[in-house]
Write a protein that binds this ligand. Structure first.
Ligand code: NAD
Length: 328
């Protein structure tokens, strides 16, 4: 089966790039990678796979992408951290064109298995009002009150995946990612998420004489963050499973405040910074964590890489990128 055609949509992005690297490492020889970005902007770019630069909002391009494929991973989306999704709701919802057309094309091409990357942003906002967070169980997505824009698109597309499975027999699998982080991701420019943004700000402060950091919100928001290696393991296990038919959490349950995350990065950097809080910046919900009961039960596994361990690798990579771009 190592020569079956596997398609990674959004493979020029953070998670897609890692997925392609992993599939190559596992010995898959027939990989097609598709992304809208010019090749020089892909986070990881491999010459020994088929690379296509296509806009997957268009059905013809999705057909080209899915032709002959046995498995499809759909990781393509117009997305970013809170700063991006709070200010680009229409753009985020337009990703529904990619999600829908990819399902149509995969079904038309006779694809056997289809992975869809959903998000913890599908969860009902009312259940995330307190920093003293109760971990989110899969059923907490309903009654629906998802994150405006981005979250609603994900919820709709999750349901499309379900109906394609039930109505047409396409074996869809859906994971709700909770904040994934790691090397080869966005670390500046406005789409970066909290772990990368905090690393960059700490590095900036460390390399300058200005030992200050601005934190979005009051820093008391609680979150969990999953290292990319756990994410990759989970994607594979979920796609190949025969029991995970409904959307399932794929996230760490090690909860931390944003202040706590800054503490960790300061410790790694060996510096203490003066903190200021920007209360008008996008900060997202007050509390969010992943309930991993279901994944542990279904897959006998749950993400376990410690935040401190993953952030060391993340910090080291962003440090190198920063110095390469801006100097010391
Ligand atoms: P990313 O932005 O790095 O990757 C997404 C890729 O999709 C980008 O390279 C982008 O160019 C591509 N894309 C966008 N529009 C396209 C189009 N019209 N045609 C073709 N390609 C297009 O994001 P990521 O962090 O790798 O996320 C991958 C998936 O996981 C996305 O669906 C995202 O919503 C989901 N997700 C990610 C996280 C996270 O913490 N990173 C959390 C929840 C869900």
């Amino acid at each position: 089966m190592k020569d079956k055609l596997i398609v990674v949509a959004g493979g020029g992005g953070f998670i897609g790039g890692h997925l392609v690297a992993e599939l190559r490492q596992k010995g898959f020889q027939n990989i097609r990678v598709v992304d809208i970005k010019p090749y020089d902007q892909w986070y990881q770019h491999f010459e020994d796979v088929e690379n296509l630069q296509l806009d997957l909002a268009l059905i013809e391009n999705c057909k080209t992408a899915c032709e002959g494929a046995v498995e499809v991973y759909n990781l393509a989306a117009d997305m970013g951290g809170m700063g991006f999704i709070e200010n680009n709701k229409a753009l985020c919802m337009l990703t529904v064109l990619i999600s829908t057309h990819m399902l149509q094309a995969a079904h038309g091409a006779g694809v056997a298995r289809f992975f869809y990357a959903s998000s913890a942003c599908v969860y009902n906002a009312d259940k995330q009002k307190s920093e003293d967070v109760v971990p989110l169980r899969e059923e907490d997505a309903y009654p629906a009150m998802a994150e405006d824009g981005y979250g609603w698109e994900k919820l709709f597309s999750e349901r499309m995946c379900r109906h394609y499975r039930e109505d047409y027999g396409l074996e869809t699998r859906v994971a709700r990612f909770h904040n994934v982080y790691g090397p080869f991701g966005t670390w500046e420019g406005g789409r970066e998420k909290a772990p990368a943004a905090i690393c960059r700000k700490v590095i900036e402060a460390k390399l300058s004489a200005d030992h200050k950091i601005e934190i979005w919100g009051d820093g008391k928001q609680t979150r969990s963050f999953m290292y990319i290696d756990d994410c990759l393991y989970g994607i594979d296990a979920i796609l190949q499973s025969d029991n995970v038919l409904e959307p399932i959490n794929l996230g760490s349950d090690e909860v931390v405040t944003i202040n706590g995350l800054v503490d960790i990065v300061e410790e790694i950097a060996g510096i203490k910074l003066e903190r200021s809080y920007n209360l008008s910046a996008p900060k997202g919900v007050n509390g969010r964590n992943s309930d991993n009961t279901k994944i542990a039960e279904y897959l006998n596994w749950a993400p376990g890489i410690k935040l401190r361990e993953g952030m060391e690798k993340n910090y080291a990579w962003i440090y190198d990128q920063y110095v390469a771009k801006y100097g010391k």
